[in-house]
Design a protein around this ligand. Structure first.
Ligand code: HEC
Ligand code: HEC
Ligand code: HEC
Length: 217
């Protein structure tokens, strides 16, 4: 009788151990920081496709892809994300967005218009530059699905951005991450036209251009 009961308890303990082993394995796979490239030490940044946890290491395709480290070696360095300053890379003509990939006649529509969003509290104001965005994005990438094309018509907050909405649709995913506060919050309070982006806009294209193209998106 006693031995039988001990055996039963023994089996229970065994399955409990198995259950623990199982949950440990699951929670390791679900570790959010394992996927967060912002948390990685320098030696673990931009791993080759077969080791990045995104591509299938069994696939021959993963080996055929150029490793990011090799591709990025000639690029101007950035401070976060994948550690390339892509705006500078475009300015230096290290990359050339292919507007004409589907239509050889297609031309980029560039627009040099800064939108300043005043921020309550002590953070500098946000300067949203159309120029750097339209150098490789189409108006329809943002208008009208993400932003209504009208200054002040959109409610934007850090909470929304961190949830992957508004600017966060791209920033933190395919463009520099939210940790780079001063790249967006670039205009000191009470001082107009002081940022690099704004100096560019001062010498901008005719003011009529945005109005003329506004209907387009
Ligand atoms: C990366 C996203 C993005 C792209 C691409 C983009 N815009 Fe915008 N646009 C914005 C944001 C953000 C605002 C500001 C909205 C606000 O303040 O609520 C804006 C505002 C505008 C406005 C209103 C300006 C004003 O003073 O009221 C117009 C017009 C406009 N965009 C046209 C365009 C055109 C034309 C293109 C393509 C050449 C374009 N946008 C590409 C994000 C974008
Ligand atoms: C991709 C651009 C971007 C980055 C990066 C960014 N912000 Fe913002 N931030 C915004 C925009 C846009 C707003 C909304 C401004 C408005 O009210 O129209 C905002 C608003 C804010 C506000 C006002 C309150 C709120 O939540 O709306 C604070 C405070 C703030 N940001 C702090 C920060 C800090 C701190 C960082 C860095 C950790 C940061 N931001 C990084 C774009 C950015
Ligand atoms: C559709 C995608 C998309 C959206 C939405 C978007 N951006 Fe960007 N943004 C980019 C890309 C792509 C770049 C260039 C690559 C990079 O710098 O990582 C960029 C670059 C920038 C730069 C750098 C300019 C420079 O001179 O270095 C600023 C500032 C910026 N974005 C602010 C914003 C703000 C503020 C918002 C929201 C109002 C926003 N962006 C929304 C894609 C986007």
């Amino acid at each position: 009788m006693i031995t039988k009961r001990l055996l039963f308890i023994g089996t229970m303990a065994m399955s409990a151990l198995l259950a623990v082993a199982f949950t440990l394995e699951v929670s390791e796979a679900a570790d959010p920081n394992a996927f967060n490239r912002l948390m990685k030490p320098p030696s673990k940044r931009n791993p080759p496709p077969a080791k990045d946890g995104i591509h299938d290491p069994e696939s021959v395709g993963a080996e055929a892809l150029q490793p990011p480290k090799e591709a990025f070696s000639a690029m101007p360095k950035g401070k976060s994300g994948n550690y390339v300053d892509w705006v500078q890379a475009l300015a230096d003509q290290k990359i050339a967005p292919r507007f004409d990939r589907l239509d050889p006649e297609a031309k980029p529509i560039l627009m040099d218009l800064n939108i300043v969003r005043e921020v309550k509290g002590s953070m500098p104001n946000v300067v949203y530059p159309h120029k750097q965005h339209t150098e490789w994005l189409d108006c329809s990438n943002c208008h009208p699905a993400i932003f209504i094309p009208q200054k002040g018509a959109n409610q934007i907050s850090m909470a929304a951005i961190l949830l992957g909405e508004k600017c966060g649709v791209c920033h933190g995913k395919v463009a520099f991450p939210v940790s780079e506060c001063r790249r967006c919050h670039s205009q000191p309070k009470g001082k107009a036209a002081t940022t690099k982006a704004e100096a560019g806009a001062a010498a901008a294209q005719p003011a009529a251009q945005p109005a003329a193209t506004a209907g387009q998106p």
